[in-house]
Design a protein around this ligand. Sequence first.
Ligand code: AMP
Length: 499
Amino acid sequence: MTTPNFESFGLNKALLQALATEGYTTPTPIQAQAIPDVMLGKDLLGIAQTGTGKTAAFALPILHRLAENRVAPLPRTTRCLILSPTRELASQIAESFKTYGKHLGFKVAVVFGGVKYGPQERAIQNGLDVLVATPGRLLDHMQQKTLDLSSTEIFVLDEADQMLDLGFVKPIRQIVSRIPTKRQNLFFSATMPNEIGKLAGELLKDPVKVSVTPQATTVQRINQSVIHVEQGRKRALLTEMFADDNYTRCLVFTKTKHGADKVAAYLEAGGVQAGAIHGNKSQPQRERTLAAFKAGKLRVLVATDIAARGIDVDGVSHVVNFELPFVPEAYVHRIGRTARAGADGSAISFVAGDEMKLLRDIEKVTRQKIPATDRRNDKSLGLLDQSIMAAGVGTKATMPDREDRPRGEGRGRGRNPHRDGVKPEGGGQPHRQRKPAPGRDARPAPERPAFDPMARERPRSTGNNDPRAAVAAKPEGELKRRPRSRRPSNGGKGYVARG
Ligand code: AMP
């Protein structure tokens, strides 16, 4: 069988030109399976997660179809609507549409919560070809009649299972009820819990089904290791690792928002440029930090799990699990931030004694034993700790504080997150094993796709060439956080442009 290429799909020349500029030569498995059918206008059910190339799998054929039947969009309407669960993913999808469609002259916009309405309203006002949105803010625009979906021809629901986790299924039904029934539907989800299966059944008409299960292949491509280290030694160990120039662009995961801030501050104090991204940061703060990381101004981005879904950053060389996640599946998501789109990468997990059970759970889910590297020399780490303090950079925020200091250094008692008020992001109970969301335990065993041009034979030992990475996102949650009564008003005359 010959390997398909983008030309063989018969895609619009303007798209092929943009793909050539991007350096895409070979379609990923989901692209090879989805693009021809979506170009024909068929509905699609895609079981795939980020990192598989799924955005281009729907963006390219959608842009092709819009270009084949070019009409000027009516004011306040959009020809294509894409729903995304998080702000960062929405921005990323809109960026992809702009990149692939750059020679087509389409109007593409993105709307999500946490930012002003005015610029979004102005973007929608003259009509759009493509609108990417999170559900809460989209509903707001619909209710304010600044957006009308009555002439939408193509509807995409991305990351449907995350939508369920974030409580967006009802808003989605409300949104869909306002789109004409004669439309093309594309539905993507990494897993298919019952409620998502039901939603897919309601939305899709005779869909083509494509499934790529990248978890096993992604995990196999990543050079994984474990370092057994006491909790109190972790920050010093991390700082020491950055003496190695191979750690060019690193994503560090912590369990808590508070922990993310502390680790970032500690690294900064040790001379490593670092920033933190988590749910307590404002949208502009998050965007600034992410932009600095993408631009290479920050060598390290410290993130919590919720903050780290969906954002695509090129060339992440290493993922470090400063603490293991509560849910083993989150480990797979985390390390998948390196080794994007076929590249290789490294993932290192710091495992303290009380995290051994979490490690065993992860090994069960990934069906592999993660090798332990040689334990670092405790003494040198202690010295490093002391040198940081001696340099006078140990402010309250940057010093290893009491609960993180090793025993025998004035710590006195064991780490107690309840006592210290350390909460995992998402409000769960610290240090307690969380159960997977309903339906997640029914996840099918990962298997290799039949055709995978991205797959490599063996994990590489160190370093990383051209990986793609995703850091991501705070749930949009706009419906709950901004009651309508607090929205800006101009005395019932509708919205005026603000900001
Ligand atoms: P996604 O799964 O859509 O988040 O895509 C993951 C990453 O793969 C993104 O950074 C894309 O730019 C990249 N990508 C998508 N398709 C291809 C392709 N055919 N060749 C190379 N890179 C790709």
